[in-house]
Design a protein around this ligand. Structure first.
Ligand SMILES: O=C(O)CCC(=O)C(=O)O
Length: 298
């Protein structure tokens, strides 16, 4: 782990500044706080481009690690895997579960907080500042998720919100930070959003996807924005923002890493004993404790 995201160790702030956070207009300005203007923009649109938070080398290591996890070269007990559909149709996505053998056709993988590289990334000082402003000192995660549109494949993800009773929480999550692990374009199924749609609140208590009528009224194509992003670009999303993504029509994958942060006081209504992994504040996971259960010999 030495040398990778060393901000998570003490001495860290210096490395984080070296890692850099290029903001629009001034690539030399190292910034780990958002300006009030950026917060206003986020509140207006429901999303905010954060720029590239990690270095190119760090991004390459995350890409490589993702492939290693999919191919079974690096294994974690209990990590959750879901293969992509064969048809591109959302209702055909197979149920998830254990690793199902080496394949680059996984659609979703969760529990990436068990991996030291991904844990270090999600604990970046900028994300610390953002989550502090939204939730305060103690922050957990609902999920740390790989979202993949495999080369020439992918499944249409219909417009939805990331909140509502199906999440089974005693309060709705507020923010997600989505990071492109590859250049993300219209051709390979980038995320598409309806700016400002978070202001409508939750479309149904059930949350998640919306009805055809709601889509016609609130998610018109002409009001949507494709969030094309360069590899490494991170985007802050309000969990109530309507968003979707399409299929990948090119022969390179469109991989992404999406972390939904929670107030650490959030509890599961189905299982009040359940504790969500804490990433900032009291009892936060430590990168040095995150270790693969198995690393296959090269
Ligand atoms: O990456 C995608 O295609 C969709 C991501 C998404 O829905 C999420 O991060 O909540």
């Amino acid at each position: 782990m030495m040398g990778f995201f060393s901000h998570s160790r003490s001495g860290a702030a210096r490395s984080a500044f070296q890692t850099g956070f290029p903001m629009p207009g001034n690539k030399e300005t190292r910034q780990i706080m958002l300006t009030e203007q950026q917060w206003d923009q986020y509140e207006r649109d429901g999303y905010l481009r954060l720029g590239q938070v990690a270095t190119d080398e760090e991004m390459e290591a995350l890409q490589q690690r993702m492939d290693d996890i999919m191919l079974g070269r690096v294994r974690y007990q209990g990590m959750w895997f879901q293969l992509d559909s064969e048809t591109g149709v959302y209702s055909d996505v197979p149920a998830g579960g254990q690793w199902a053998g080496p394949s680059l056709s996984y659609r979703k993988i969760e529990l990436l907080e068990r991996d030291p590289l991904f844990l270090a990334y999600m604990q970046h000082p900028l994300f610390r500042e953002i989550t502090r402003r939204v939730y305060g000192e103690n922050v957990s995660i609902y999920r740390a998720m790989f979202m993949n549109k495999p080369a020439g494949k992918g499944t249409i993800l219909p417009y939805h919100q990331d909140a509502g009773s199906q999440w089974g929480l005693d309060r709705n999550p507020k923010i997600t930070i989505w990071t492109a692990l590859d250049d993300s374009t219209i051709a390979n199924g980038c995320v598409q959003v309806i700016p400002g749609s978070h202001k409508h609140g939750l479309f149904s208590d059930y949350g998640h996807t919306i009805t055809r009528e709601q889509e016609e009224q609130y998610a018109r194509d002409e009001d949507s924005v494709y969030l094309e992003a360069k590899r490494g670009e991170a985007i802050l999303l309000d969990n109530l923002l309507l968003h979707r993504s399409g299929v990948n029509t090119i022969d390179c994958p469109r991989r992404a890493f999406s972390v939904c942060y929670l107030d650490a006081a959030t509890r599961s209504v189905k299982n009040p004993e359940r504790r969500f992994p804490v990433v900032f504040g009291e009892g936060a996971l430590r990168v040095e404790d995150a270790k693969p259960d198995e690393i296959a010999a090269a």
